[in-house]
Design a protein around this ligand. Structure first.
Ligand code: UD1
Ligand code: MG
Length: 487
């Protein structure tokens, strides 16, 4: 633990910037990668330190950003404070705004991060804290060595390697522009040094802004230790400024999420076509085929197969299930069940153990029991079906009368014929059967056979007399001739 005694740990996440280059009506930090807004990745990394205070500085689009943070706070079950920076006067000013929401007599350590740097991990912040306390620094900055340092603040070191200052690109001289070690914008500060430094920074620079980076040279000038921790994994300090970077960091995060699950025992056939949100959980021996997107809080049990070509959002798939070419959301699939190919699971679908939702079947707000099968070409909406029943091909629950929705209840061990319409509200009892083409308008008692519609009539010679000269009439005449010759 880097924090001695009752020293406090505070984290400040800067997220007030406009993000003009996104060219979007959505605030930059609310653009998602891996299913979570950029700012959520940043806040989760900071929250991983379990700090005493966590404050996010919001500005542009603050109503929407604050709303998201409120939901996140309850998901994380911790306090997330927001501080408003109405005008973006620079990173130093932003941190001052953040600190104004924290206790007046701040002590301990303050970590500063950015809301648009999504790949930063808690482990890196822990390493920064450890370096900060073990070396007795007043300020420790996280840096990276990059191929193209254009635009970044440069880390200026003395001959002993100590950090003397950070010089912004626009303020740098020719020699300083050659420096490839850049400021990530992530720091650990002694709280008192930060508060004192922020009261002394000025806007006498190329951008006329209050630079947080000037706190380092002020501390150094006061004779305090200023150090740096080089982050070898440069992806972790990369920020998003436009949608090209959004896609690039999104792809890298996906690659990292896939690596983690593969090391935990998941098989991924084609890492280029499988996309997993950060909130997805997978068990051992899950097989992900080509073209799979698992979103939100989707979880997949041991030995289940997903794909090819399947998108699941907030779906729970139990062990051993197979889900092929399916689009589903807010649903649950039982152990050993089979779904697809070409199935559409809408919210509220629950399929029991070893059940089947087959080809060209749409299901909504329905419970389908253990071992029950809906194999072909059907719509099941607002229905409850018991165990070990079979719904014949091309069946529809007629759940909507144009005004209100009604439920269909089908019991256990039921066999319904093909092309049945269940005109809800209606109940089919346990062990009942129904004939092909039945329109079930009345309840079917347990064990009954339901049939509807009159007997079939054939009007002999109708086509030849009523549709003379058509191809159908010619074909009928030819068939008649063959029949006559045979008799
Ligand atoms: C800043 C650093 C620079 C570093 C770079 C890393 C300063 C003076 N410079 O550059 O050394 O290499 O980050 O990306 O700190 N923000 C606010 N309010 C403001 C200004 C910024 O909330 O008034 C937020 C932005 O939303 C963003 C972050 O702070 O998340 C950084 O701001 P940005 O303008 O992107 O950084 P630079 O000033 O270019
Ligand atoms: Mg700036």
């Amino acid at each position: 633990m880097p924090q001695g005694g009752n020293a406090q740990l505070s984290t400040v996440v800067l997220a007030a910037g406009e993000g003009t280059r996104m060219r979007s009506s959505t605030p930059k930090v609310l653009h998602p990668i891996a299913g979570r807004p950029l700012v959520e990745h940043a806040v989760r990394a900071a929250a991983g330190l379990d700090p005493d205070h966590l404050v996010v500085v919001v500005g542009h689009g603050r109503a929407a950003v604050t709303e998201h943070l409120e939901g996140l706070a309850s998901a994380l079950d911790r306090k997330v404070t927001t501080a408003v920076q109405t005008e973006q006067k620079g990173t130093g000013h932003a941190v001052s705004c953040g600190l104004s929401e924290l206790p007046g007599t701040l002590s301990g350590t303050v970590i500063v991060t950015y809301g648009d740097v999504p790949l930063l991990e808690t482990e890196t912040l822990s390493a920064l804290l450890a370096e900060h306390s073990s070396s007795g620094n007043a300020v420790t900055v996280l840096t990276a060595v990059v191929g193209d340092p254009t635009g970044y603040g440069r880390i200026v070191r003395d001959t002993d390697g100590g950090v003397t200052s950070i010089v912004e690109h626009k303020d740098a001289d020719e020699d300083q522009l050659e420096i490839t070690e850049i400021n990530s914008g992530i720091y650990a500060f002694d709280a008192e040094v930060l508060v004192d430094g922020l009261s002394r920074i000025r806007t006498d620079n190329a951008q006329g802004e209050l630079y947080l980076t000037d706190v380092l040279s002020i501390a150094r000038g006061d004779g305090r230790r200023v150090g740096a921790l080089v982050c070898v994994d440069a992806w972790q300090v990369e920020g998003v400024n436009d949608r090209v970077q959004l896609a690039k960091l999104g792809a890298e995060l996906n690659r990292r999420i896939l690596d983690r699950w593969m090391r935990d025992g998941v098989t991924v056939i084609d890492t280029g076509s499988v996309w997993l949100d950060a909130g997805v959980t997978l068990a051992r021996d899950v097989l992900l085929e080509q073209g799979v997107q698992l979103r939100g809080s989707t979880s997949v049990g041991e030995g289940a197969t997903i794909g090819p070509d399947t998108t699941l959002t907030n779906v729970t798939v139990a062990e051993g299930a197979k889900v092929i070419r399916t689009h589903g959301s807010d649903s649950a699939i039982g152990a050993g069940a089979s779904v697809g190919p070409f199935a559409y699971l809408r919210p509220g679908t629950s399929l029991g153990e070893k059940g089947k939702i087959g080809t060209f079947v749409e299901v909504k707000n329905s419970e389908i029991g253990t071992g029950t099968k809906v194999p072909h070409l059907s719509y099941i909406g607002d229905a409850t079906i018991g165990e070990y029943s079979n719904v014949g091909a091309a069946s529809v629950t007629v759940n909507y009368d144009g005004v209100s929705k009604s439920r269909t209840t089908i019991g256990s061990h039921v066999r319904t014929g093909c092309d049945n319409m269940f005109v809800a509200p209606v109940t089919v009892g346990d062990g009942a059967y129904s004939g092909a083409g039945t329109v079930i308008r009345r309840d079917v008692p347990p064990g009954a056979l339901a049939v509807s519609g009159g007997p079939q009539r054939n009007l002999e010679g109708w086509v030849v007399s009523r549709r003379p000269g058509t191809a159908a009439a010619e074909a009928a005449l030819a068939a008649q001739k063959v029949e006559e010759q045979q008799t």
